[in-house]
Structures are given as C-alpha cells and as structure tokens.
Write a new protein. Sequence first.
Length: 460
Amino acid sequence: MTKLTVNHRRANAYGVRNFKKILYVTVGAALMLPMAAQADPLAYVVQETSNSITVIDTETNTIVKTIGGVGNNNLVSIDFTQDGSLAYVTDQFSHRVIIIDGATDTVGGSIFVGQRPSDIEFTPDDEFAYVTNYGSSTVSVIETATSSVAATISVGSQPFGVEFTPDGGFAYVANENSSISVIDTATKTVVDTITVAGRPRHVTITPDGNFAYVTNFVTNFVTVIDTATNVVVTTIPVGGTSRDIEITADGAFAYVMGGNTLDIKVIDIATNTITATIPTHSPFGLKFTPDGSLAYVSSIFTATVSVIDTATNTVIEVIPVAPRPRDIAFKPDASNEKPTAAAGLDQAIRAGDTVSLDGSASFDDNTESVDLGYSWSFASQPAGSTTTLTDAMTATPSFTADLAGTYDIALIVTDEGGLDSDADSVSVSSDNLAPTAIAGEGQLVILGSNVYLDGSGSND
C-alpha cells in the first residue's frame, strides 16, 4: 500500500500541516471501533451588507449566534478548514480576506489580496487558500500558516468561482470573459484556458473528477467540460441564466441556482437532463449538509434561507435572516476524526486485463465502513490511455487496463459528518512483469530419435 504523492482537493496527500500516523487495520478490527455521535452541523451564512455572519443550528433551524464586525462591506464567500478551526471570508470592497477563529467565532485579523475578492476555497491540506480577485483578474494563494499571500496568479478577466479537481492537482477558475482558467496547483501556473460561451460564474466538479459543470450569468445553459481533455462536451438547457451550482456527494445530481428563473433545477448527472424544478425565493448560494439529506439555500432578495429535503426536492422550512445573505458553509465538527482510506494492495497485471479494486478496509471513528462515501480517481495512467473507472463511487470499482504501463488510482473516503480522509493510492502495473514461458505440448517419441522443442509461444 502506498500513499498518494499528489495534492487532493478534499484530502491531505502530502505537505500536511497536522500530520498523524495512520494505522492500517483489518476490516474486522475497523468495525470494532466505537462509533462516536455526530452532532448536527452549524450553518454559517455570510450577510453581504451587514458585515456579519448568521449562525444557524441545523437541528432546530434557529439562529443561535450572529458574528458582527466582519469586514467593511460586501461580504461574498466563506470556507472552513477541515478541522473547523479557521474560516476565511472574502470582503469585496475592502479587498481583504477576513480571518475567523473557529473556536471562538471571533474576527482574528485580515489579509489584503487583489481587487474585489470573490470566491475562496482551501486546499485539501489546509496549507493554502485560493481567492479569485474579480477586479484584478488574478487568483491570490494565501499561506494559512503565515496568513500571507504566497503567490498571485494571473487568470482571465473578472474571475469569480474556483474549484479543485478531486485529486487536487488542478484548480478550475470561472472567468466572466467567457473562459475557464486551469491552474496546476503544484506549480501555481495556468496550464490551460477553456473557451465557453457567455459569462461563466461558478464551477463545480464531479466527485470522480471526470467533468466540470459551469453556470452562466447570461446564457440559458450549463456547460459541461471533460477534465481529461479540457474540452466542452455538452451544454444543458436550464431555462434561464444560472448563478451557483453544487453536486451531491454521490455524484448523482447537480443543483443549479437560477439567475432569472427564481428556482433550482436538479440535473441528473448520468443523463445531463433536468429531473426536478424546486420553486424558491431568488436562490443565490447553496450548500448540502454533510450527510446530504438537506440543502440550505440563501435568498439574497428576500433575506431568507430555505431548507430543502433532497429526498423529495421540496422546501420544508424558510428561515428569516439578516439582509442579503450570500454564501453558506457548514462548520466541521472539531471532535470528528478523519476517516482512513485503504485502497488495497498494489497489483501486477497485463494489458487488457480487467482490474478489480477494493477499498472496503477503509474505516472511521463514527461511521461504519459500509456507510462511508467512496471516491476513486486516476492520479496517473499511461500516456494515451482512455480507460475510465466503473462504479468509482463504491468500495469496489473496476477498470480495463487498455495499455501497458502503470496506473495509480487514488481513494478518498468521507464519513457521515462530511469529513474526508487523506488520500491513499494503489499502483496497478504491467512494468517489469515476468514473461510467460510456454515450452510447447508434450510429445511421444521413439527411443533414439531427435526431439524438437518449440518455445516460440512464450510471451511478455
């Protein structure tokens, strides 16, 4: 078993700030671990013009706290580190990122970035946060240990949304000048630019890492990009403009916030068709609870947060909040331990073989192994290989090794509290595989006669 040596959006692969030794155990031992109770998460709602954050208890759907004095004006986005100890909030008009102490829910300072910072996302190891600067056409990379800008990356004009691929190797940035910038997170450079129609606003990526879905502020469709080739493969009509988009943890559905339709469209990822429409009050931002059972949706024009039951796609409650709510984030439970991913033993195979993987030995402190969320993705594969994983969101996926060489496959598991494991990888390779000797068929010969052998059927 080997540890993955690439960054991962929702898992610490290397360069981990708070690294812990991982104990690998059998499935039976893992199931004997005591299951810790998982508390209902707190929802943190950024209030754009009141310089505050509203905190909602999702068990009772009541406001339990308001954090005041956050920035100067026009708060836009919020994200937490995986342990919940730190949150960053973008403050557009002061050109800063506000630091929130997760333990005390107090403002702990600020970091000057580019002009009009908009979206923000932490890297999987929480060492960096990527901030899109709408007014300066850059992305600021903040080093969290020093609370300082470590790099500034030039991207397309008016960048807004940012999201990482599941393997953490790339960040996709939606620029409103009709492009998507693809950033290599190892080198912190733009390695590709994808042209899309209209004004792309937000981007999200399927859990298997195969596709990016992009909303659009002026066109009536969502754009789908193949992340292997960075080519637009289809567009999905959604009946109007769109703002934000989120994909369910199982990768089955995408929820699209309408811009001028004042509703939410639910897209079936398998067919790229709309399967439900949820009437809401001018939706602006959406986040799923860690267990995926509910979606919380902010309405900037009605000063409310709607709660959607994702099983029925109906609004079950509407919570009044302060004026102009925007982004929502759920604070991770600090007492929740990361699950441990176990991708299985390395394998030696031949080109053409069907390869079966098994991550069922993965375990957690508060979630049974059978209830963990599984996400497999290729970290690397032979040049020219076009194979894909079958059942990548299960414990036991498979793929066909279409070419000789080495395939590195990463596994990340997620517990019921929404906390992701570090990435573990398995290497499947035909390199240096021993050749197969074939000595030929047995023979009946006459004593004293010459015997001719044929090993030409041997192969490698």
